[in-house]
Design a protein around this ligand. Sequence first.
Ligand code: HT7
Ligand code: ZN
Length: 874
Amino acid sequence: PQTIYLSDYKVPAYLVDTVELTFELFEDGARVHSTLELRRNPESADVSAPLELDGDSLKLESVALDGAKLAASDYEDRGDQLVIRSVPDQFRLTVVTWIEPQNNTRLEGLYKSSGMFCTQCEAEGFRCITFFPDRPDVMARFRTRIEANKEAYPILLSNGNDVEKGELENGRHFVTWEDPFPKPCYLFALVAGDLVEKRDSFTTCSGRDIDLRMYVEPRNAEKCDHAMDSLKRSMRWDEEVYGREYDLDIFMIVAVDDFNMGAMENKGLNIFNSSCVLASQETATDLAFQRIEAIVAHEYFHNWSGNRVTCRDWFQLSLKEGFTVFRDAQFSADMGSPTVKRIEDVTLLRTAQFAEDSGPMAHPVRPASYMEITNFYTLTIYEKGEEVVRMIHTLLGPDMFRKGSDLYFERHDGQAVTTDDFVRAMEDASGRDLSQFRLWYEQAGTPVLTVSDEFDAGQGVYRLTIEQSIPDTPGQTNKKPQHIPFALGLLGQDGQPLALQLEADASESPIERVLELTDASHTFEFHGLDAKPVPSLLRHFSAPVRVRYPWTREQLLFLMSHDPDGFNRWDAGQRLAVDVIQSLVGAADDAEVEPRLIEAYRSLVSDTDLDQALVAKMLQLPSEAYLIELAENADVPAIHQAREAVLKCLAHALRDELLACYQRNLETGAYEVTPEAIARRSLRNTALAWLLMINDEKGRTMAVSQMNDADNMTDRMGALRALVNSDYEDDRRQALDEFYNSFRDDPQVVEQWFSVQAASDRAGQLPDIRKLLEHPAFDWKNPNKIRSVVGAFAGQNLAAFHNPDGSGYDFLADQVCRLDDSNPQIAARLVTPLTRWQKFAPAYSGQMKSALERIRDKEGLSRDVYEVVHKSLA
Ligand code: HT7
Ligand code: ZN
């Protein structure tokens, strides 16, 4: 496959002003008539360039130029391109293609899901519908007519406003949609199906009434309220916090079961994976409720950060994704607890993005090259991209940041731009120089900050030295120092925050500062101190970096109970738990667990004064995935064992407190999705899980009755998960059977049922996983089912996946090869756990590498999987 380079970017040779599409939808395929008004781009240097339109899996039926049908010799159909050498400066081109949505298992372009037609065009799916300059810097106005059988497809949707509808012969009907906003073709969408409509409305800040509509399969009609409420909250928030008003008269959301990712921000017609939009108290967990709110917000926010201002090319993907993730994170923080939201985001970043950034697929937030763009919808583009925007926010402060975002939207409305344009708007609005900061977009790898300190008692000066280095990543060495905002505070021996008096800035002594690191090494001197303070470093995780500081366990325990920054309190607890678990890896079974850790957890479980949502987070031990990320030559079964030993030791020692915690947090009133209620459910389900880890009989009785009596999925799933992860085999089997029988008709719940087993080292050994793949509810064409079994096994059931006999790796390689033909995007994502082979102890890494080599040698390997596997083996 060919590599595409950012440095080769050229403006498009032709622009498209308008697109008129007619879709004739049938059971055995679809005919697409496309009429484009094209003209040469005056900005293109190539004045005699042929017209080249992208295509993929299209059957070309005819081509006409300004109404005259072209002979086959007038154009060249290369399969992936339609080339017409001789065209006037301005012309109308009509192309008719035949496609087969019913056979489209890649789920790119137009495809069928549960009997409905739907589309996914980002990044390069539009070329699977018709020949077109499929690149985001070609923006056109779309008019779309959809024709289909009325009984089977009563609902026909596309972007914009419906301007015409009517009956046709043979029981068919049509609807025409017009989108007044020019857009790139990746934002095009079409849906046709037998769907129920849920309506609501929203009055914008300028008094316009927007028609809000959700379309779902009839069986999901009662699962729309949460998404609709989330949408209205998002619309209001974007007006209040960013001054962004919605622009069309209609905003539509459609739920589809078969979808490669979470959702898609098509203009005025967002399409969602059912699992990311449908919720009811009985079927969705708190986590799902929160995720739905965040994703609905994310897609809605794209209307400005992505649609009104879009990307010039796909190297700029983080322009829209990083900024929009930042916006949705701010929104979620405002809707719930900012500290808890930050903890969740940093957990993901440190566990998964740091792993990506130190692995063979490491790439900058603005990559310089790619083979297959769908491989670049990564944690680096999204999550690290968010952190980069967050750092700009930290450096500029909220008011200047808002000025910068206003300027960005005003300056670039209707344009396709670059990350550099974004940074320039921030600079121009604030007067700050962000030239060094731009390196965050260019250099891959997670910076390492090595911190050392000393106290000069004679002068009362505390000296803090911070050195930065950025590790080599594929294709990048000898990196330059980056501009890093480093928030910190100092605590006195009594736990009180100290005034931070820097010599250079003696007039001010705040208790928290954001230091700006720009050189390879800095030393900061804090004056006026009586004794050596305890540093609280990188508060709020003010930059996506690793901090190395020789923490003592005393310091961490101190910070855990005194740091006024909730995030750093949690982080101190995590560091302490990591230290304790690491010290037990490979140790004897009866090795002592740090008693001070047990006492710290005892205070936490019994603490009713601290924010209970924070307590619930602090009680979670660092995950196996995070422990692996921190390790060199990771031995997963040994890490698993050490972590479990700590967990069991805590559960034994704190049994009484856990029982009390469970009782204290039992629900009394009606089910609510508020931060307080979520924290209560989290605490009692953590208590339950721990009690079952030690086969506590009382815990077992509580779990069985909670499983039967729960009025919501969080509690039912909490009890099921606890039983599944216990040694009570009969209860486990019975609970799983009962759960399945109660929810067998609900695909979103069945997915949860699959993943709770696949992720469990008790219920998800390889023979169990194979049985799940044979289960009647499993479907190889449905990405959610694949993720809930194969993805959960390889990504969460780490001890089973890393079975020393290599069977887990072979299994994954088999599934990747199997999926490579039908859905290469999903296949390429599933490979991820194998790509990290160099992280593991030799007994594992050799076998992981062999599994990758076997995938590499598969005949007809897709470009998607080829890129991931070859880069991993390079
Ligand atoms: N912008 C959307 C990206 C997306 C996507 C990309 C590749 C293949 C399938 C896809 N479905 C959606 C999602 C988002 O970030 O909002
Ligand atoms: Zn997005």
